[in-house]
Design a protein around this ligand. Structure first.
Ligand code: MLT
Ligand code: ZN
Length: 466
């Protein structure tokens, strides 16, 4: 990006928003101009730190008038490049908007600023003897604004739904610098288009979230976690059905044997059981009494007798449950050093075995020289395909090689009526493939919606729709 243009943007901001905290420090530009995605280099002009909705509105007004592109930045844990600023953009960090604004015990709602960290929301809810159910490995750093902008999913979707299902009110400053208030906490509201849901999952391309009202749930029942060694994908489906029919599942995750090896090596975890298997299932279920545990053990025995399951362990304490979760939640971090190329795919649950077999065949024939790991949220149909970069291969070459096979992966996804992005978003990395999941007419409709809220194209330009 040309220095002249960057200087002009900086000058305009300093002149028109003199009260705004800004940073042009190299380290801040690099850290805040980027998310967890590899494969792209940040080149932000400046990082700004608004402290209030007024600050955001003023900033967007100046940006709209002078066509300054803005990139929203939360906890920067995204994996599709949605928070990368690669072309001299102004990064809008919500690190200074971290207040919990209101808790309403009758409505069971929590109103927060966008920079509140997901885990802080979970903890706040717990103190009130309630529950914020959206949970995933990066919840200790990710911010609620980013969760909403990407409609974050995670591990308990099969029971509690996505972030979308928890948001009962939203305030947005759109690309026209107008404050839009959506729904204000109503449970029922049949007054026309629910704009809230347009902003959720829009990846910051329509406006900046400045406030959110979240629904809190009943506290969860006591639970148990089981880790099962599973003999095949068909076996996994049977195990899922057996347990899902008998128990109230809160999670049903899976990992391949290779993913198990990497997570163990990466975190120094012991063998979870004596038997090795091609796949592992990690289940969590409500278990308030011994009868429920007996029921779970009966289903386990049945799966063992029929050969679907080869071995298994069940938690007897919260500490043991947390230890078992590490085999699943620790994978992403354990493989970071292999610069994985990630595809985040989904199909209907019933289609997983067919789809995964076909994908695995494709990966073996087209990526014979790479290691491909599978893990994900089996219980909601979300599969994470991770291709590991050989140590001596340059990153650009590796990305190109992986991208060459993408059309085949996504064509297979299309024929299985799936999605090329289940929960990581389209961002910068997947926009060339959007048409494998959305029709041309749909993409045109999305462009039309963007033009309504962001006519100057200043809201995270270049992301999602390209
Ligand atoms: C996960 O399920 O572990 C996350 O989506 C992160 C990842 O896919 O690596
Ligand atoms: Zn995931």
């Amino acid at each position: 990006m040309q220095t002249d243009l960057k200087n002009r943007r900086l000058r305009l901001l300093k002149t028109h928003c003199p009260e705004l905290e800004i940073s042009t420090e190299k380290a801040v530009l690099e850290s805040h101009g980027c998310d967890w995605t590899r494969f792209r280099t940040p080149d932000a002009t400046v990082v700004v730190f608004p402290r209030s909705t007024d600050d955001v509105t003023r900033l967007v007004g100046v940006a709209a008038k002078h066509r300054i592109p803005l990139v929203p930045s939360g906890g920067r844990t995204g994996l599709s490049g949605g928070a990368i600023a690669p072309a001299g953009e102004v990064v809008v960090s919500f690190d200074q908007m971290r207040r919990i604004i209101d808790y309403n015990a009758v409505d069971r709602t929590l109103t927060v600023e966008p920079g509140v960290v997901t885990q802080a929301i979970q903890e706040y809810a717990r103190q009130k003897n309630l529950y914020y159910p959206v949970s995933f490995a990066s919840e200790g750093s990710s911010q609620i604004g980013g969760n909403i902008a990407t409609n974050a999913g995670g591990i308990r979707v099969l029971r509690y739904g996505l972030t979308r299902d928890q948001v009962v009110g939203l305030k947005i400053v759109d690309g026209r610098a107008e404050l839009i208030e959506c729904n204000s906490g109503l449970v029922k509201n049949a007054s026309g288009y629910d704009l809230r849901h347009l902003f959720i999952g829009s990846e910051g391309t329509l406006g900046l979230i400045v406030e959110a009202m979240l629904r809190l749930s009943d506290p969860p029942a006591p639970s148990r976690v089981m880790l099962l060694a599973v003999s095949s994908l068909e076996g996994m489906m049977t195990v899922f059905r057996q347990f899902n029919d008998a128990l109230t599942l809160t999670a049903f995750e899976f990992l391949s044997g290779a993913a198990m090896s990497y997570v163990r090596a990466g975190h120094g975890l012991p063998e979870p059981m004596d038997t090795e298997a091609p796949y592992y299932a990690l289940l969590e279920f409500d278990c308030a009494d011994p009868d429920t545990e007996d029921l779970a053990l009966q289903r386990f025995e049945y799966c063992l007798d029929e050969g679907f399951v080869l071995d298994g362990v069940i938690s007897q304490s919260e500490a043991q449950a947390a230890e078992l979760w590490r085999y699943r939640e620790g994978i992403s971090e354990a493989i970071t050093r292999y610069t994985p190329y990630k595809n985040d795919l989904s199909v209907r649950i019933s289609k997983i075995p067919d789809y995964l077999h076909a994908l695995d065949q494709l990966a073996k024939s087209r990526y014979p020289e790479y290691e491909v790991l599978w893990y994900g949220h089996f219980g909601d149909g979300n599969l994470h395909m991770n291709i590991l970069k050989p140590e001596d291969m340059p990153v650009e070459e590796f990305e190109k090689a992986c991208a060459r096979v993408n059309p085949d992966v996504f064509e297979l996804t299309r024929t299985h009526h799936g999605s090329i992005s289940a929960e990581h978003g389209i961002g910068l990395l997947k926009q060339n493939y959007l048409s494998y999941t959305r029709s041309d007419a749909d993409i045109e409709r999305m462009r039309g919606i963007k033009a309504v809220f962001d006519p100057m194209n200043i809201m995270n330009p270049g992301k999602l729709l390209g």
